[in-house]
Design a protein around this ligand. Structure first.
Ligand SMILES: C[S@@+](CC[C@H](N)C(=O)[O-])C[C@H]1O[C@@H](n2cnc3c(N)ncnc32)[C@H](O)[C@@H]1O
Length: 413
């Protein structure tokens, strides 16, 4: 596949060979430390940091046309400044690079998470939605509580927005109180440093080191902001976290995103992942080609996640203690001539709030993920237990597995 200029900065897989691990950790710390040797004074650094956060949000909230390049450079600038706060937080190598699988999903290291602040169109879809949701809530209430679990070291869906509110005096700390939660000690250390550097302490009521699937806020929550997803709705614990925390929303509280729709399609890999991107500079839903869209065989929605589906979602416990959520049934269409040459790809469409969204290809989290272990009208050379084999016309029931490796399990009905 040709290399695209990539705005999808969330890494898909970050396991390191243990033999090179210590060398890599050494170079990571050295890189971070060298950032601090720049010649700017403390006052200048804070000014540049705060300015970069305000500028990035001003661009994405603006209704006038902003180019992709303008956005990318504003977000790169915000990242360059935020990483200096991370360096100042003095995380040990172990704290900086520790990555592991918990009972409910991948816990990415603070080092790997730092890139998510550059994921332009994910932050755009969320921040514009959050801004509208806050405006709407504050019409009826004088003060609201916002909970942002699994926020990572830079809490990029909220801290830039808060910097903008403070700078423009749009909303005060008396109106907005934010709780930040992350299970990584290194994320929490960085958050303390960054919130202090951005002078946002008044807006942040709590920075808590905790597993978001266990955390219980001691105030009623008006907005729950959550993004703990990877492509194909795999790996990270979005569903487990959302299912637990949705209970703490006020009766009229909102989950942001208001809905996540996970969908399946049968694609020809060359058309979907290569040809349609040949003539464009970057991957984005608006850059998809008509031909590629028409070539897909859409299977429909596999799972829909919103406040009400979460509150009513049954969980089945299997014999080995693994929990699964029944998702949708899909009937594989008959009469698609080249079905045996297609493979299943799973993608997400995220409606954050009002008409704001993160579409397929706008971010790594919505990027379609090929499911290479699913065979329709074809057979693998050697069948392994991880393979799923079905035929056109079959009905397939999807389940979602809530384990350390969350993801879909198709079953023939
Ligand atoms: C990809 S990063 C940051 C994503 C962040 N929401 C954003 O908007 O950029 C994922 C972060 O989620 C945290 N995380 C994942 N699962 C968690 C859990 N169950 N409880 C608390 N934090 C969690 C990890 O520690 C990591 O810092």
């Amino acid at each position: 596949m040709e290399r695209l200029e990539n705005t999808n900065t969330k890494p898909f897989s970050d396991y390191t060979d243990p033999n090179i691990d210590s060398l890599l950790k050494h170079s990571i710390r050295t890189q971070l430390e060298s950032l601090l040797q720049s010649k700017v004074s403390v006052g200048q650094r804070l000014e540049l940091l705060q300015k970069s956060f305000v500028e990035a949000i001003s661009l994405i909230l603006s209704d006038t046309k902003v180019t992709h390049q303008q956005l990318v450079s504003a977000f790169e600038n915000m990242y360059d400044q935020a990483v200096q706060s991370m360096a100042l937080a003095e995380l040990s190598q172990e704290v900086l690079t520790r990555q592991y699988i918990s009972d409910t999903g991948l816990i990415m290291s603070p080092y790997n998470c730092k890139h998510t602040i550059k994921d332009v169109y994910r932050i755009k879809g969320y921040a514009r939605g959050i801004d509208k949701a806050i405006q709407s809530k504050l019409k009826h209430k004088s003060k609201i509580n916002i909970l942002y679990p699994a926020c990572g070291p830079f809490a990029p869906l909220l801290l830039p927005l808060l910097s903008y509110y403070k700078d423009t005096q749009k909303y005060s700390a008396q109106q907005l109180q934010v709780i930040l939660v992350d299970v990584q000690p290194g994320a929490v250390m960085t958050l303390h440093q960054l919130v202090k550097d951005l002078q946002l302490e008044d807006y942040v009521s709590l920075i808590q080191e905790a597993d978001a699937t266990q955390f219980e806020p001691d105030v009623d929550i008006d907005l729950l902001v959550l993004e703990a997803m990877q492509h194909g709705f795999t790996k990270e614990g979005q569903l487990s976290i959302a299912k637990h925390l949705v209970k703490f929303l006020n009766i009229d509280g909102w989950l942001i995103p208001q809905s996540v729709s996970i969908r399946g399609m049968m694609v020809v890999g060359e058309t979907e992942f290569n040809q349609q991107w040949k003539e464009v500079d970057y991957s984005h839903s608006t850059n998809m080609t008509k031909d590629a869209k028409e070539d897909r065989v859409e299977l429909g929605e596999i799972l829909s996640i919103n406040k009400s589906s979460l509150l009513n979602m049954p969980i089945l416990e299997l014999e080995d203690g693994v929990n699964v959520v029944p998702a949708n049934k899909v009937t594989l269409p008959d009469g698609v001539e080249d079905m045996s040459e297609r493979f299943l790809a799973i993608y997400a469409h995220i409606d954050t709030f009002a008409e704001e969204s993160v579409g397929q290809y706008d971010s790594g989290i919505t990027h379609p993920k090929p499911e290479m272990s699913v065979y329709i009208d074809s057979r693998p050379r050697e069948i392994e237990h991880t393979h799923f084999v079905a035929n056109s016309g079959d009905t397939v029931q999807f389940y979602y597995q809530l384990s350390g490796l969350p993801g879909f399990v198709p079953v023939k009905v």
